[in-house]
Design a protein. Structure first.
Length: 79
C-alpha cells in the first residue's frame, strides 16, 4: 500500500499544475488523517509517544505542502 501511495505522489509531483485537484485531495487526506489517526491510536491503547508521533507525521505531511501551496509566488523573475 505504501509503495502505491508513494508512486502516486511521485507521478503527481512530476506535474503539480496538471494534478492540482489530486494535490489538494492528498493534502486534505493528511490533514484529516492526523486527528483521526491519533484517536484510533489512543482508542486501541498505543503508547502516548506513538499517538503523538503518528499525529505529528500526518500533520507535517499535510501542513508543509499546504504552506507551500498557499505561499505567495512572485510573478517577476529574480534578476
Amino acid at each position: 500500500m505504501l509503495l502505491a501511495f508513494g508512486s502516486l505522489i511521485w507521478v503527481v509531483a512530476s506535474d503539480v499544475v496538471r494534478y492540482q485537484p489530486v494535490v489538494i485531495t492528498i493534502i486534505t487526506i493528511f490533514l484529516i488523517g492526523a486527528p483521526v489517526s491519533y484517536l484510533i491510536d489512543a482508542t486501541v491503547g498505543l503508547p502516548s509517544w506513538w499517538c503523538i508521533l503518528d499525529f505529528t507525521i500526518c500533520l507535517l505531511a499535510g501542513g508543509i505542502p499546504l504552506a507551500l501551496y498557499l505561499w505567495p509566488s512572485s510573478s517577476d523573475p529574480v534578476a
